[in-house]
Design a protein around this ligand. Sequence first.
Ligand SMILES: [Ca+2]
Ligand SMILES: [Ca+2]
Length: 186
Amino acid sequence: MKQVLLSLTTIALVCLMMVGGAFAQFSDTETSRANIVAAGTLDLVVNAENPLESTLIDFQNMYPGEYREVEINLTNQGSLAGNTWMMFTDLVCSTGAYVEPEAAVEGDTPIDDICSQIIVSIDGVEQGTLAEIANVAIPLFLLEAAGNGNSGVTMVLGFLFVEEAGNEYQGDMCEFTMVFGLDQAT
Ligand SMILES: [Ca+2]
Ligand SMILES: [Ca+2]
């Protein structure tokens, strides 16, 4: 019986070889090598600093009704286009220099929320008081990818100390952080 099975297996193998030989045909393949999938980049640069380390706002000695502004350049050094935004955060208002007229108005109740008396504008468009817009991402503009002499966009950031601010704000100060962001556009 074992011999019969071996013989049948042999016959089957021979048949397969014959069939394989009978259906051989011409063929061809083409090969593409070194194909790549790679991520692009986004890299925001502020006032030619990357990373940004400078303080951008240092408006001392302001008076009610005064407006001051600063120009800030945002550039994309990456290979992808991106949308920019900015946010004021970590606001800390304090009494700063405490003077007699301020004390006369405040009495035992300090009023130091000067961030509610500063109106912020971007390119002339009012965004609200520092207090109102704190911790909210403000959309700015599209930045194209780097290259072709792309020098980014320069925005004008304005600060208006409202005219109505009274003696309770004399000497007060507000320190804050500004965050600039670049998010992929597509
Ligand atoms: Ca950067
Ligand atoms: Ca005060």
